[in-house]
Design a protein around this ligand. Structure first.
Ligand code: ATP
Length: 435
């Protein structure tokens, strides 16, 4: 009986004749006998070809076909104590679906270190490695867990436009596009739209979608397109309500990944550390002191910067904390929509950092129309360009707050990957537009 095998592990001794399909991973020709490793998504199965027992044409095809060719092989399942699965297949027929060209642009199982650029240029090949695929299986699970956690907390999933008429996060990183003779931009974040929804009664919303930033710096944490997980909700008392919501969600995600992603984590040789909630909150002013004590020379009002974030990361790691909030940033450093802390140069905004890197920023928003317009002006923008947004604040807007998390960065930090690009299938940056 020929069986269509989707999962190598479902092939059992006693199955008789089966058909398995996959990629020819490796061939070892030892004269009188040849061994082929056939790989599919689930693993590798051994084809054993004793020369004398295999029809010559079939033997030739299977032992000379190039590595990574895609085939269907029919054969008898036999017990074997030489293989991991405890079985082997003795082929009786082969169908070649696609013969791989040689040489391969990079190996799948070779133990040589391939440059990240080569890997990304040949991502289709890179993804044939189980440990690379595992990253994206975990990312898929992460998104599912986020949706579960948000629904459990009463949030509605929304979709806001990605082609927009004005930016929310500053002009420097806006991608401009031509829109039927008008200027338009790719959305840097769903910020203004999710806030507008706060005036509607859809008072808890979240979005998972692409965000675009024309980042001119080439770092291991910036790309020009990333997936942003945004949340926004009303009736908050202060920004700590927002922090608690984020940590509730992250805690759910970390626990879920540890439990439901155990197989992929094992393939990657990684463990997820679950840090008990609540996560510590450091004030910006406190952080300034820590980084300056460590040798930096930052003034009140300066951005902590990559170096500062790293120092805080090391400081918190010594206290056994991977995840912590840095709260009350200088208002001048933050976008117009955040709420100022009156009587101080600070704001009700925060970042969530993970192992020395910002993964999220959030805070309480300015919901008072006059104050919002004043902030837009203060930052040097023209309120007339934002009436589509500020109108929603004119006719009754509840107090609200929210956050944006780059899920690519979250994944990268969770799995201790050295570069955010490792957590993106086809990353985009200043140099990379293909594949
Ligand atoms: P950074 O200071 O690291 O450039 P940011 O302050 O510009 O980040 P926000 O505007 O606060 O970032 O965006 C919220 C989150 O979105 C960030 O914490 C990060 O997780 C993610 N993010 C922002 N820009 C990028 C980017 N270029 N590449 C990947 N993720 C990003």
């Amino acid at each position: 009986m020929a069986a269509l095998i989707r999962d190598s592990s479902t092939v059992k001794v006693g199955d008789g004749e089966v058909t398995v399909r996959g990629w020819i991973q490796d061939t070892r020709n030892l004269g009188g006998i040849s061994f082929i490793a056939l790989r599919d998504r689930y693993g590798v199965i051994q084809l054993t070809l004793p020369k004398k027992k295999i029809e010559p044409e079939l033997f030739k095809t299977l032992t000379t076909i190039s590595r990574e060719s895609v085939v269907a092989v029919t054969g008898e399942v036999k017990e074997s104590n030489q293989t991991e699965l405890g079985l082997e297949i003795i082929p009786s027929a082969v169908e070649v679906y696609s013969e791989a060209s040689t040489p391969l642009p990079m190996g799948v199982i070779d133990k040589v270190n391939v440059e990240m650029d080569t890997r990304l240029n040949n991502r289709f090949m890179d993804l044939r490695k189980p440990e690379i695929r595992a990253i994206f299986e975990l990312k898929s699970l992460m998104v599912r867990l986020i949706v579960e956690a948000m629904e459990e907390n009463g949030f509605t999933q929304v979709y806001t436009p990605k082609i927009v008429g004005s930016g929310a996060e500053g002009g420097a990183t806006l991608f401009q596009i031509e829109y039927f003779g008008k200027k338009a931009y790719l959305a840097q974040s769903p910020q203004l739209y999710k806030q507008m929804l706060m005036s509607t009664g859809l008072d808890r919303v979240f979005e998972l979608g692409p965000a675009f930033r024309a980042e001119k710096s080439n770092t291991n944490r910036h790309v020009t397109e990333f997936i942003s997980f945004d949340g926004e909700f009303t009736w908050i008392n202060d920004q700590e309500d927002v922090m608690h919501m984020i940590e509730t969600v992250i805690d759910y995600v970390l626990k879920g990944l540890k439990e439901r992603g155990a197989k992929q984590l094992e393939i990657l040789g990684k463990e997820i550390n679950i840090q008990p909630t609540p996560y510590p909150i450091l004030k910006y002013e406190e952080c300034l002191k820590i980084v300056n004590d460590a040798g930096l020379d930052l003034k009140d009002g300066d951005d902590l910067g990559t170096e500062g974030e790293k120092i805080i990361g090391e400081y918190m790691a010594e206290k056994g904390k991977d995840l912590y909030f840095i709260a009350e940033y200088p208002e001048a450093e933050k976008p117009f929509y955040i709420m100022e802390k009156d009587g101080t140069p600070y704001s009700y905004s925060f970042d969530l950092d993970y192992k020395g890197q910002e993964i999220s920023s959030g805070g309480q928003r300015e919901h008072r129309f006059d104050r919002l317009v004043a902030r837009i002006e203060k930052i040097g923008l023209n309120p007339d360009d934002f009436t589509f947004y500020t109108d929603a604040f004119k006719y009754g807007m509840p107090p609200h707050g929210g956050w944006g998390i780059g899920i690519d960065r979250l994944l990268t930090k969770m799995l201790d990957l050295p570069n955010v690009r490792e957590g993106i299938l086809f990353p985009r940056d200043m140099q990379r537009l293909l594949p």
